[in-house]
Write a protein that binds this ligand. Structure first.
Ligand SMILES: C[S@@+](CC[C@H](N)C(=O)[O-])C[C@H]1O[C@@H](n2cnc3c(N)ncnc32)[C@H](O)[C@@H]1O
Length: 207
C-alpha cells in the first residue's frame, strides 16, 4: 500500500506545526495572487491550495495519491484537483503563472523530468516556488531514514544542490531563503524569450 494512502487521514494534523508558517510565507512571496493561475504540484490534501484560492488565485492541484486527492476535493473544486504524475503533466505549455512544490519534490522519483515539465507548463516569466526540507539538517537526516523505511525515495537536497538542479534545467532569477534549520524556499523563473528569438519570430511573418 502507498505511504500516502496510510498517511492521508492524519496528514493535515501532522503538518499543523508548519502549516501557518508555510502558508504565510507563500502568500507573501507569491503575491499578488489575485486571478493568477497557480499549480500546486504534489499538492496532497489541498491545505495550501485552499489558502491561495482564498487569496484570489485560480488554483489547480495535481497529485498521484487518490487518498490525498479525496481530501483535497473537500476544500477545492473537484475538477481542479487532478490525479496524475508530476513527471507527465496533463497541461498545455505556458498554462500557469506559478507552480509551487511544497514538501513534495523529495518524494518525486524523477525530479529532473518533473522540472522539465514545470518549465514547459509555466508561462514565460512565470515562477516556480519549491519549499522543501534541507538535507543538511540533522532532523531531516532522521526523516530521510524514516521515509526510506516506508519505501519513499526521500531525495532530499541541500539548497545549493537544488539551485544547481534548477539552473541546469533552465530556471533563472533563482532566490533562496533559509526558512529554518530544516526548510528552505527557492524560487526561480522561466526565462522570457530573448529579443533575438522574438525578432526571428516576427521575421517569419514577412517571408
Ligand atoms: C508530503 S506530501 C506534500 C503535500 C502538500 N504539498 C503539502 O505540503 O501539504 C507529498 C505529496 O506528493 C505526492 N506525490 C509523490 N510523488 C508524486 C508524483 N510523481 N506526482 C504527483 N504527486 C506525487 C504524494 O502523493 C503526496 O501527496
Amino acid at each position: 500500500m502507498n505511504f500516502f494512502t496510510l498517511l492521508a487521514p492524519f496528514y493535515d494534523c501532522f503538518m499543523a506545526p508548519l502549516h501557518k508558517q508555510q502558508g504565510r510565507l507563500l502568500l507573501d512571496r507569491l503575491a499578488p495572487l489575485d486571478s493568477r493561475k497557480v499549480l500546486d504540484l504534489g499538492g496532497g490534501t489541498g491545505r495550501l491550495a485552499a489558502l491561495l484560492a482564498k487569496a484570489g488565485a485560480d488554483v489547480w492541484l495535481l497529485d498521484s495519491s487518490a487518498a490525498m486527492l479525496k481530501r483535497a476535493r473537500r476544500v477545492m473544486p473537484e475538477k481542479r484537483a487532478l490525479l496524475g504524475d508530476a513527471a507527465a503533466l496533463p497541461f498545455a505549455e505556458n498554462s500557469f503563472d506559478v507552480v509551487m512544490i511544497v514538501d513534495a519534490l523529495h518524494h518525486f522519483r524523477k525530479q529532473e523530468t518533473v522540472l522539465k515539465e514545470v518549465l514547459r507548463v509555466l508561462m514565460p516569466g512565470g515562477t516556480l516556488a519549491v519549499l522543501d526540507f534541507d538535507r543538511k539538517s540533522a532532523a531531516v537526516k532522521v526523516l530521510t531514514k524514516i521515509e526510506q523505511l516506508v519505501s519513499e525515495p526521500a531525495l532530499m537536497l541541500t539548497a545549493r544542490q537544488l539551485e544547481n538542479l534548477l539552473a541546469q534545467n533552465g530556471f533563472v532569477k533563482l532566490e533562496t531563503e533559509q526558512i529554518s534549520a530544516h526548510q528552505y524556499l527557492i524560487t526561480g523563473s522561466k526565462p522570457l524569450p530573448s529579443p533575438i528569438a522574438r525578432g526571428r519570430k516576427s521575421d517569419v511573418g514577412f517571408v
